[in-house]
Design a protein around this ligand. Sequence first.
Ligand code: AMP
Ligand code: DBH
Length: 569
Amino acid sequence: MENYKPLITDGVTDWPQTLKAQYRARHYWGTRTLASYIEEQVGQHPDRLAVVDNAIRLSYQQLWDRSASCAQFLLDRSIRRGDRIIVQLPNTWEFVVFTLACFRIGVIPVMAMPAHRQHELSHVARLSGAVAIAVPEEDRGTDLRSIAHEVAQQIPSIHSLFVSGKGTSPEGVSPHSDTGNRVREYRLINSIGVQPRFDEAAYSPDARDVALMLLSGGTTGAPKLIVRTHMDYAYNIQKCSEVGGFSAQTVYMVALPASHNFPLGSPGYLGALFHGGRTVLLRSPEAVRALTTIDQESVTVTAVVPAVAHKWIEVQREQHVMKGNSLQVLQVGGSRMPDKLAPAVRQVLGATLQQVFGMAEGLINMTRLDDSEDVCCNTQGRPVSDGDEIRVVDENGHAVPDGTLGLLITRGPYTPCGYFKAPEANARSFNADGWYRTGDIVMLRPDGNLVVSGRDKDMINRGGENISAEEVESFVYQFSQVMGAAAIAMPDKLLGERLCLYVTLKPNTHFDLDALKAYMEKIGVAKFKIPEKLVIVEELPMTKIGKIDKKWLRSDVVKRLAADAAPAH
Ligand code: AMP
Ligand code: DBH
């Protein structure tokens, strides 16, 4: 143990010594790698179905063999323990096989999103020092392979591209003149035929090694990288699995991008595979397809963002697509579930709602499956581990009384103490005792559950009056004609900021500010919280994972105000 040398030290912030000693003593951190949990299941029931991707169905043994082939394929191309590979694969069996291959030889997948483009990818590739990129030929009409070549051209550390899908280009050559001879392109499918054996013992990583890098999806600024070790991520998955009730009977459908922390490890498809369950991969969360797949594959649990839950509920209510009753649990997280929508998860989809308030930075809160209707529908749950410490504080870091709003800070055995190579962000977001400032405004209820009220940056400061965007949105959601709502700040000469509201409406319905004002006045809400501008749009812009993109809206309203102010000709 004393001789252990970390794979990467530069740019990684370790937990403080005292915390490390505590976490070890309490056995939060084990000695096993991520792959070892799946290996155990392979040993117990090699022929059981593990991965379903449309017509492709892989047993545990096939998954294990294919990932071994893939690992050898990477080794043959000089990829070694500690190397970083940007993974931008869609939700396919290749995603599961490729990342498992990486875990088995200590290669570190950097979990990019299918929606990322050159700007984000170059940034992430440079920051991580990646040696390769794994991409599909194309994704929903976008030529991701060409984008990857352009990124490779800019980032000299990249020497290989691994392309999924059938394609026809020959092995080992770069068909792109852009990247000339430096960058070699390989077909992932060609890795599958090689010997499903490699010298596991020689290449297997240490549980303390970095297992993967997650992206923080913050809507402001460039994505940040979060370094997760085998031991902390395995613990993360195990605790979430316990609270999610995952077992050998679990059939988990990946509907969100598999590289996101929620469907990946909270407990995600890895949670299902750790327990001998099955994972079903969907390319997108489109409602009819998703509801049909739940029936066809007897899916028991899946994870979505509230906007997707909303859509599924609408479609199921109107078209009754899903006929069976396999779906036991719908996990909803990523942004705030409107309280009003929550009961429909049981009423319309017949599933238990499990709210998940998590972050790639670590801390995960969940409602428990046997919580009361009130807790399940009106809170975002509580931490999954007794090692998670949470505090709700004011701007000066002093604790606020329970039941009042404050900023959530946290530390714990699966919450790293800094972003990768980001000293400035770290100075803002972490302190020396290992506490992470989540930026979330929450209330801690006396029963220990958290209610998320917004983000600290998601406040509108109207002449000194602070307004929580999420609070205003909750009033707007009381109107049944409203599909989506986003309250944002618009600049104002007099007050600094005023409140602007973007909404999407159900077809052929009407909504205006007078109706909202009348309602807010009737229930006695402070006047300054009443929006002063309403923009009705066809669709709200979404971030890569499906959260409303408020940054975009804030710049949109500035343009609209300028247009309003321009003299008419
Ligand atoms: P990220 O840091 O990109 O992983 O995003 C995590 C952030 O998403 C959290 O800090 C919250 O702001 C938000 N979030 C995640 N789950 C929920 C939830 N269930 N309710 C409200 N906000 C959430
Ligand atoms: O939004 C998130 O980042 C998130 C949501 C739910 C997350 O990281 C998670 C669960 O693990």
